[in-house]
Design a protein around this ligand. Structure first.
Ligand code: NAD
Length: 372
């Protein structure tokens, strides 16, 4: 049987979760996948290390009640691959990894489970470093820290960098400004209209930054209380989650879950720019990246503009400095501009342009490391 040629960072349609495990690993180009099982604590987790050319693989641990083990594997492979790209394009010396714990974070999370998970990370001897993600928080990282040093995003009270969400939101804000500059010729957000979908940790901070610059914000979330909060606190306007794709706004900022950009929603979208924090916003990179290009909608690739979270962790790893973290996060403006310029110059989708820049950096550094 001929095996697919291994490319570390292919631009492609994402393999389906029902593909064979090794088929998926080859298609995504992973270096290592570790299954963590501990019946005593109920731990069932998967750690995926995608690429470590630039440095140790850093990525959050997501706790989610996946319907099937295949879904969990597929998610961790997809997410860890985009961490490789994210670190590369942000100029960090980090590789890409991610972990998922299968379970309901509200019911199944215990100190013992997290500490056992920490021991699995410890056994990787620094090849993988984790942080929080959906379903985990700084307190959970503190439990993992009791077993291993290879965890970031621990509370400030014990020397960590704390919640990365405000920095993540700042990065997204910079990406939005760079996109507005490209589309409209100047980067002022005053009077621009923006739909923020998902008023969680990042979404709320983003609403604050946007309102500080007098943008008009439409806020949407399945949690009505979260929307009511930003309406009251920042003067956003509440909109129903069902109608957001029909709103005639300048920008759509997806800050909830991934894959909201698909054939159906692209057909409806009226905005000029898509720029938000959610990971893996395009259901299919190749197909939907191209559809957006053809429709003239500027898509700021998610992993380029939501790198603030990983930058925060990187700073913690290097010895946290608020000033340095802010500088690196503000660089997202330039990184986004570079992606948009390449997309325009080569008439390729913005995601393809971003992938090219990330791949080039990894390939260049790989050569450096292969010489004496
Ligand atoms: P969060 O869990 O705090 O907030 C997510 C919000 O989205 C919640 O309020 C939830 O009710 C809402 N939501 C869920 N499904 C929805 C739907 N179908 N429609 C509308 N709203 C919905 O998460 P967060 O930390 O704010 O992260 C948001 C996104 O940004 C995630 O995709 C995350 O992976 C990504 N991200 C977060 C960070 C970070 O530092 N927190 C960094 C990079 C990327």
């Amino acid at each position: 049987m001929s095996r697919p040629k291994r490319s570390i960072l292919p631009l492609m349609s994402i393999p389906a979760p029902h593909d064979s495990i090794f088929g998926q690993l080859e298609a995504f180009g992973h270096k290592k996948v570790v299954y963590c099982s501990d019946p005593d604590t109920g731990l069932r987790a998967i750690i995926a290390i995608h690429d470590t050319t630039l440095g140790p693989a850093l990525g959050g641990t997501r706790m989610w009640a996946y319907k099937t083990e295949q879904d969990a594997l597929h998610d961790v492979l997809r997410l860890s691959k985009s961490m490789t790209y994210k670190a590369a394009i942000a100029g960090l010396n980090l590789g890409g990894g991610k972990a998922v714990i299968i379970g309901d974070s509200r019911k199944d999370k215990t100190e013992a489970l997290l500490r056992k998970f920490g021991r699995f990370i410890k056994n990787l001897n620094g090849e993988f470093i984790t942080a929080e993600d959906v379903g985990t928080n700084p307190r959970d990282m503190e439990y993992i820290r009791m077993e291993t040093q290879h965890v970031m995003g621990v509370p400030e009270s014990i020397g960590g960098s704390g919640d990365p969400s405000p920095i993540a939101a700042l990065g997204v804000f910079m990406g939005i400004k760079a996109s507005v500059k490209e589309f409209y010729g100047n980067d002022s957000l005053t009077g621009r209209t923006i739909i923020v979908q998902g008023i969680g940790h990042v979404g709320e901070n983003l609403v604050r930054l946007l309102r500080d610059e007098n943008a008009k914000v439409y806020a949407s979330d399945i949690n009505e209380d979260a929307v009511a909060h930003v309406v009251k606190k920042y003067g956003a306007e509440a909109v129903s989650n069902n109608t957001i794709f029909e709103i005639d706004a300048d920008i759509y900022a997806p800050c909830a879950l991934g894959a909201t950009i698909n054939t159906q929603t692209i057909g409806k979208l009226k905005c000029n720019i898509i720029a938000g924090s959610a990971n893996n916003q395009l259901e299919d990179e190749q197909v939907h990246g191209k559809m957006l290009l053809d429709k003239g909608i500027l898509f700021a690739p998610d992993y380029v503009i939501n790198a603030g979270g990983i930058i925060n962790c990187y700073s913690e790893l290097m010895g946290f400095s608020k000033k340095r973290t802010m500088q690196l996060t503000e660089n997202i403006y330039e990184a986004t501009r570079n992606v948009l310029k390449l997309s325009k110059a080569e008439n390729i989708s913005t995601i393809e342009a971003a992938n090219k820049i990330a791949e080039k950096r990894i390939a260049d550094i790989k050569k450096v490391k292969s010489t004496y």
